[in-house]
Write a protein that binds this ligand. Sequence first.
Ligand code: NAD
Ligand code: UDX
Length: 467
Amino acid sequence: PVKVTKICCIGAGYVGGPTCAVIALKCPHIQVTIVDLNKARVDAWNSPDFKLPIYEPGLVEVVREARGRNLFFSTDVDKGIEEANLIFVSVNTPTKKSGVGAGFAADLNYVEAATRRIANVATSSKIVVEKSTVPCRTAESMRTILEANSKPGCRFDILSNPEFLAEGTAISDLFKPDRVLIGSLQTPGGRDACQSLAAVYANWVPKEQILTVGLWSSELSKLAANAMLAQRISSINALSAICEATGANIDEVANAIGYDSRIGPKFLKASVGFGGSCFQKDILNLVYLSESLHLPEVAAYWRQVVEMNEHQKRRFAKRVVDTMFSTITGKRIAVLGFAFKADTGDTRESAAITLIRDFQSEKAYVNVYDPQVEDEQIWQDLQEASPLVPLDQIKKQVTICPSAMEACMNAEAVVIATEWKEFLDIDWEQVYKRMNKPAFVFDGRLLIDAERLRKIGFQVTTIGRPN
Ligand code: NAD
Ligand code: UDX
């Protein structure tokens, strides 16, 4: 097997950035260059005061140690490709917005562009690693493109190495992954390439946690893992609706079923709905794959996981309106949290976006606060959610606040949309004094101590518990 000495990662996003920064940290003998076409993003990765383009606990420390030593960020994609003997393709694969499979299929345009670039530029043999999440058998298309465009004497081996990190815990997930999965063709060349990549991870990951499988299994395992994880959340959220209607308590139910060692306690937290760039996109991708394989029942099964999530978001917004005497017109609602989960500034598919859009259409005023999300991002997301409403109209209805306390000022209701720890330390007595009465709190994250707030005087509504 080839010894990996220089790595290039195409795509300096939420996955490429942290993943390859950690590889550089753990493998000082390997030169790692992360390239991207987005100059602003690359500049941010290179910023002298470490104002990185993404917020992730522990990331700054990693970049501080490795950057300039054996970790480099650049817009020179061609040079990065040329120099490396192993290339990660870590570009975005969003859901297609138009054309065949619109709304379901993955848009493979960026993967193909990166692959063609590799084929055009490379003058020596490369191991090309699919890091992006892609439909099953994408590696086959990549191989065809590479082989059809390669220069004489250039050999390309394709591997699949999906990423399982979760945002907010990316660095600890990368330091101690549950497993690293590498898929390759079961040919001598494929197995050798697989060994080369495995040797990189073996610098810090125990060998028994590096799983090597066939290419198609590897690609499908990524979609399957996300579908199963999201399915657990939709299952617990479906049960939360039954709890609210019957008097059962979703925390008690989750705890009771989680004690079954076959089910396990993790990922059973009822919520206002899952968000993030992966779950919905990857399930829809799986739905599309199932449909293209003429498996409509399989497609319908997975599609329901996403539909349940949509239902949960709508149900929560409706419960807010119902509880506030069936109208929130002209009322001020404080939405705490805008990111799709705590410890990230990422807002992709965040439930907060849907909630605020629903409150806007009920003609409420919204105060929003998030400790990490940039104002520009909030405006962009709200504009995309209501494309027919002009931005200055949105800005008349929505105010971005610099703190949770200011967001709650003179509000009629507080809605917790993201489980930021700092919301536990809010001075709720002060908040109560400054709100209109009755003062409502809606906890979409099972975060706060409802009994304590009720003692202060709040009317508290919690997911998965009756009012
Ligand atoms: P992202 O949008 O944050 O980053 C992708 C980057 O690729 C962008 O900066 C873009 O400018 C760059 N890019 C696109 N085409 C390019 C090209 N031809 N040449 C150079 N750069 C190019 O996306 P992400 O969240 O990092 O996700 C990347 C992939 O990883 C996706 O397939 C996603 O499904 C998968 N994934 C994401 C997560 C996650 O938590 N975000 C976790 C596991 C897997
Ligand atoms: C997910 C997968 O966990 C990760 O393995 C994959 O690589 C990328 O997709 P991510 O989307 O970053 O990671 O975060 P995750 O922690 O999975 O949370 C996704 C959403 O589900 C968030 O909105 C979160 O708040 C929600 N969630 C999670 C729940 O509502 N309840 C839970 O019990 C867990």
